[in-house]
Ligand binder design. Structure first.
Ligand SMILES: Cc1cc2nc3c(=O)[nH]c(=O)nc-3n(C[C@H](O)[C@H](O)[C@H](O)COP(=O)(O)OP(=O)(O)OC[C@H]3O[C@@H](n4cnc5c(N)ncnc54)[C@H](O)[C@@H]3O)c2cc1C
Length: 393
């Protein structure tokens, strides 16, 4: 029996759209399945803006992937005549001598990132939009800025389609079957056969690949928008994106995209989502309290009452690094998941790695630290049996 395409891609969201674009550039036939439509705002990619940071406090190992991604974001912009990445700088604000700024500085030292260190006084003089206390400081990462997520996903999907990739919109994959001669996907009652499969289903990944269930949990993340007293002080040319870990808060913020409001979010997600199909978009009082207090104390130019709230979700791993690579129990399947609230910026490099795995059985990108096998001891024998039974069904 033949194949419907060389590669199937389950989920045409942040990562799936990039994988499709990369496969299409190589002339590899591919079909993407998306339960909604690329560019929707119901999962990982909603809320208008995403931080693009290169001085990476999470780990300097990401910096090469981020620089590659920057190049690829520019290529996607050129291919689709869109503006996706705005490099307006990123302020990392922390306690002087504290762990947060030390980790930012480590990435800078190891990779020579263009930056500037600002003490409390200089920071306050240049960026009065932030209330800074003595003993706090900032690092301005000049290679960073923000991305437009919905547009970016829609653009990558469109770029893939223009090169021959096919996308089935409003098409939900209900089952993945691992057969001897093909990986088969059941969607809308139809079976599709592929030589290789990429699973990039975001919050739904664990439902589709049961053996991965213990590796991820789905976290609900709220974004809030606040009215600026003087909107001109928050445009992208004068107000860099920021991540701030001070005063007991851990928040991020973006410049105004509508000349009226400024977006602020809590960095550590919020609560767990039991069922991604039933994402609760109401926000609990405790979250209101925390974010309102942070904005009231740290951002004196914003009226401390949110005018808009958006709720989204992402899959989190135990170590907050994603898993990117072949499934240990079937290397025909590459899985991209668990981006733990920080995956958007690196999506083009992840899409490239996925296309490498699907077409060349490996990748030269330095992503060994993201291999799904590092969790293998977390997958119990019972889980694997459960997985095999599902696979054989
Ligand atoms: C509020 C919020 C703020 C964030 N801020 C940042 C930031 O500032 N910077 C940053 O770099 N990262 C950030 N992140 C993280 C980043 O956005 C995510 O890591 C990334 O979008 C996850 O991509 P994904 O492809 O795994 O998931 P998604 O983009 O959600 O894509 C998964 C897709 O699969 C589809 N799908 C799932 N199951 C099926 C199925 N059975 N059949 C068909 N389709 C299916 C879904 O509909 C979805 O479109 C943030 C995340 C959130 C939620």
């Amino acid at each position: 029996m033949g194949f419907d395409a060389e590669v199937g891609v389950v989920g045409v969201g942040t990562m799936g759209s990039q994988a499709l674009w990369q496969l299409a550039q190589r002339g590899v036939s591919a079909i993407g399945f998306e339960q909604f439509a690329p560019g929707h705002d119901r999962a990982g990619a909603g809320g208008e803006s995403r931080l693009f940071r290169t001085a990476y406090f999470e780990s300097s190992r990401y910096v090469p992937l981020l620089r590659l991604s920057k190049l690829l974001w520019r290529r996607l912009e050129a291919a689709t005549e869109t503006s996706l990445l705005h490099v307006n700088g990123a302020l990392m604000i922390g306690e002087e001598g504290g762990d947060f700024l030390a980790r930012v500085q480590r990435s800078i030292d190891e990779h020579g990132i263009d930056h500037e260190v600002l003490d409390a006084q200089e920071m306050q003089r240049r960026y009065p939009q932030h209330r800074i206390s003595a003993g706090q400081a900032a690092i301005l990462d000049r290679e960073s800025g923000f991305l437009r997520p919905e547009l970016a996903v829609a653009s990558a999907a469109r770029a893939g389609e223009s090169l021959g990739a096919r996308i089935r919109r409003r098409s939900r994959v209900d089952e993945i079957r691992f057969e001897d001669d093909a990986v088969t996907v059941l969607a809308d009652g139809e079976l599709f056969r592929f030589r290789r499969l990429i699973v990039a289903a975001g919050a739904w990944t664990s439902q589709l690949l049961l053996g991965l269930a213990p590796l991820t949990e789905v976290v609900r993340i709220a974004m809030t928008w606040w009215q600026a007293k003087q909107p001109a002080a928050y445009t992208e040319d004068v107000f860099p994106v920021f991540a701030r870990v001070t005063d007991g808060y851990d928040i991020s913020g973006w410049p105004s995209l509508d000349a009226a409001t400024v977006k602020v979010g809590l960095n550590n997600g919020w609560d767990r989502v039991g069922d991604p199909d039933a994402l609760d978009r109401t926000v609990p009082d405790a979250l209101f309290e925390e974010i309102r207090n942070a904005v009231g104390e740290l951002m004196p130019g914003l009226i401390p009452e949110p005018v808009r709230i958006g709720v989204y979700m992402d899959g989190y791993t135990a170590d907050h690094d994603p898993y990117v690579g072949p499934l240990q129990w079937d290397p025909r399947v590459t899985v991209l998941g668990g981006f733990s609230g920080h995956g958007f910026k690196m999506a083009p490099a992840i899409g490239l790695a996925a296309a490498d795995y699907a077409t060349e059985n490996g990748t030269e990108l330095p992503i060994g630290f993201l291999h799904p096998n590092r969790f293998v001891t977390n997958v119990t024998a019972a889980d694997r049996m459960r997985f095999r039974r599902t696979a054989a069904a």
